[in-house]
Design a protein around this ligand. Structure first.
Ligand code: IZC
Ligand code: ZN
Length: 428
């Protein structure tokens, strides 16, 4: 007989995000589908019933309820989806802070052999266990902030063996940690020192050796490229993405972050699922993305940390019909933070999004940006029971970005299991 494993009742406000089954843009990004005095019934890790408390009780009146949780009038949202991280790496780069304060730019540091390349040196020297332990600490932090699904990119190995090492760590985290991971191969993250001045040759290595082996071992669903001045050109990016597409990878691209190279246009041309950063994307680029259905992943913690005064034009994206997602971009260089609450606040204050648009960008649209929109991102019957309950004082959605620099998460439920309680990890 069907039983209910967990019933959450007495929810003050439940934001189900129910609505269009697909990435949302325009006015649809404001739809959070609130239900007052709500309940959620969970069976086998999925949502069995959810909505007004009385309706849920009547739907389950014949069933055995194994466990109940009194939400005590609190706010509940879907688990947050983190669609862009460089999670697995060794070392840190706090030395870059003083350089940055002296006015040395991110690309100048990379050009001098630092930046990504210093993380590559540390990652090549690290063992798989060391990488796992460090990434697990960060994944725990993301979970404590309410993330229940996280994308993770490789790109600090830049040899076949070292890329595979990173990707195996992502797989191990997916298999052992409550958070689900989505793996992206990003061998085209920088040109390693041993290929300096020979980016075309390195491009061939990625196409001929790395991509086929990553595919054969089924270690990544997506392929991403850092298309930027002094890193990979539009032409090299196109070649890599085409090869990845031919092998059956989904495509992503770091596009037009610093210079308007035409990355947004390329994302549309290649049929990328998402394009990331986009600070310098042109109107034509954004319009091409809207037409092709490419999701724009904005990373406001990165522009904040790089001390940029320019921000991604998230409002124009929404007006033009580009679905917008938000992410921390967690990485040791341009965004050393796992703080999803900070991203919520910057999404409002720097990108001009409303709290409703921010939540859509960090749930539904983020889920579609990593191909998981059918499974997660909203609280609807049949979807995974991944949800967040906030602390008592955070009664409204707007309170989350408003009271900034603070994590308001109290409880996280992943696949129907309570994995964070009163702000502490409960799993394992
Ligand atoms: O380590 O700097 N932008 N890749 C592209 C990064 C930032 C990560 C890093
Ligand atoms: Zn990135």
């Amino acid at each position: 007989m069907q039983k209910i494993d967990l019933l959450i009742h007495n929810i003050g406000t439940l934001l189900t995000m129910a609505g269009k089954n697909g990435p949302r843009t325009g006015a649809d990004m404001s739809q959070v589908s609130p239900v007052e005095q709500a309940a959620i019934a969970i069976a086998d890790g999925r949502i069995y019933a959810c909505g007004p408390e009385e309706e849920v009780w009547s739907r389950i009146s014949d069933l055995v309820i194994m466990e109940q949780l009194d939400a005590k009038g609190r706010l509940v949202t879907p688990g947050l989806i983190e669609p862009h991280t460089h999670l697995v790496h060794a070392g840190s780069r706090e030395n870059e802070l003083s350089m940055k304060l002296k006015g040395v730019s991110y690309l100048q540091i990379l050009e001098q052999g630092g930046g990504i390349l210093s993380t590559v040196r540390a990652t090549r020297l690290a063992t798989e266990d060391e990488l796992y332990e460090k990434a697990k600490t960060s994944l725990d932090r993301l979970l404590l902030c309410g993330a229940t699904t996280v994308e993770a990119k490789s790109g600090y190995g830049l040899t076949l063996e070292d890329e595979l090492k990173q990707l195996r760590v992502t797989k191990r985290l997916h298999d052992t940690h409550p958070v689900d991971l989505v793996s992206t191969f990003m061998g085209a993250h920088a040109v390693p020192l041993e290929y300096k001045g020979r980016a075309d040759e390195f491009t061939e290595l990625i196409i001929n050796e790395m991509l086929p082996e990553v595919k054969r071992l089924a270690l990544a669903e997506y392929c991403d490229v850092f298309c930027e001045h002094g890193v990979f050109s539009v032409e090299q990016t196109r070649r890599i993405l085409q090869a990845a597409k031919d092998l059956g990878f989904g495509l992503k691209v770091h596009a037009d972050e610093i210079e308007p190279l035409g990355g947004a246009e390329l994302a549309a041309e290649m049929g990328c699922i998402s394009a990331e950063h986009l600070l310098a994307a042109t109107d034509a680029g954004l319009e091409a993305m809207a037409k092709a259905g490419v999701i724009g992943v904005c990373l406001p913690a990165t522009s904040f940390n790089l001390r940029l005064t320019k921000h991604a034009r998230a409002r124009s994206m929404i007006e033009k019909g580009v679905p917008v997602a938000l992410s921390t971009d967690y990485n040791p260089g341009s965004s050393p933070t796992e703080s999803l609450p900070l991203v919520m606040t910057l999404g409002c204050l720097h990108l001009g999004l409303t709290p409703e648009e921010v939540l859509t960008a960090m749930t539904v649209n983020a889920a579609w940006a990593i191909g998981k929109g059918e499974e997660v991102g909203t609280l609807e019957v049949g979807k995974r029971a991944d949800l967040v309950m906030y602390q008592k004082e955070a009664k409204t959605l707007a309170y989350l970005p408003y009271h900034f620099g603070i994590n308001h998460v109290d409880t996280v439920i992943k696949n129907g299991q309570i994995v964070v309680k009163h702000g502490s990890l409960l799993y394992g």
